[in-house]
Design a protein around this ligand. Sequence first.
Ligand SMILES: *Cc1c(COP(=O)(O)O)cnc(C)c1O
Length: 422
Amino acid sequence: MGLLALNGGTPVRRGGWPDWPQSSDATRRNLDAVLASHRWSISGQYRGEHSWEQRFADAFADFTDARCCVPAATGTASLTIALEACGVGAGDEVIVPGVTWVASASAVLGINAVPVLTDVDPATGCLDPDAVARAITPRCRAVTVVHLGSAVADLDALLAVTARHGIPLIEDCAQAHGARYKDRHVGRFGAAGTFSMQHSKLLTSGEGGAVITDDPVLARRVAHLRADGRTFSATPPAMDDMELVETAEIMGSNHCLSEFHAAILLAQMEKLPRETARRAASAARLDVLLRGLGCSPQETAAGTTMRAYYSYVVRLPATLTQVVGIKRAAAALSAELGLPCKPMYASLDRNPLYNPASRRRFALGDRFLAAVRPDSFALSAASDFSRCCISLPHRLLLAEPDEMQQVADAFAKVIAHGAELA
Ligand SMILES: *Cc1c(COP(=O)(O)O)cnc(C)c1O
């Protein structure tokens, strides 16, 4: 093994990994159909055809076995309207995991609620049910759980805690399309499940989102919240009339998914099961190879029956992370593989992206600002998880499972040369 690629040596591999996202004939066909349809949004006039948005909603409800699905413009919007539909608002506390993409917390702030940053399980990186039990106060109005990376959170234990307190569990499934717990799709355990279809996610239209729920009353509130207080008429309107009717049952905002995005998602969904299976096969191979090098792949809750790999998260050997920071280790791996390998997100108590005091809109008074101060939360497992874990992008897992040997070779090289990085 020669010099590290980061220090001018020959890399293990010079890129050439599968690309993400990937188009398809069906994607192009659907997009052309929207262009020709003269209806580019559900808030455009009815042209005699079922909207692409409703077709996608039906297909995604089928895929997850949910009774209702309401598409939305982004994952953030989906989380926002799911929380509001559950009655969460100004000054309410909402439990949020201490390590996640920043939007899990900023969406809570966005409805003037207080994100209560709560510690995670050290093996899965997902909410720790015992920490949740300790963090719940009489002001807590919801718990949001994130199925992070490739893990499913311990839903049974979390539901036991939320049921005991009579508060809703909302599943942020932005990283978990296709994941199952006890043979049921995630997002169907709590009051609602929210999804993102942003560029990096396992199902994508560039930007996009959806809320699923088995509760039609909740779904109706979500629908109004995403379309300025309008929802679909029960029967199709006359040609060129509006299909959205102004019921004004609850005031909303415009978080609608465009017809283009819905059409892309419908086509992209066709390849999701195949991709999920391929990623799982590559990840299984990688688990064995990396364990042999002293690394610890992210674990998942015991009831998990299908993992979806949004990212392949792995804890590096302590012998390496004690001498070199995770950023340097990630840079060294990226250089060996020709692929961006990233440190896990910084925990939210010290994440530069999570800074409520930088926004004037949160200047709601000293009490509010004190309650949302990121560094007032104790997140020892979350910050340890951030400091010691690397996250590999899911497109890597779309390669042939045999190619995982090269990934392991890169890890072995970086671990052996750790001292050169310090
Ligand atoms: C991506 C993501 C979001 C936000 O989704 P957007 O579509 O980017 O708004 C929320 N939570 C988690 C866990 C995510 O990964």
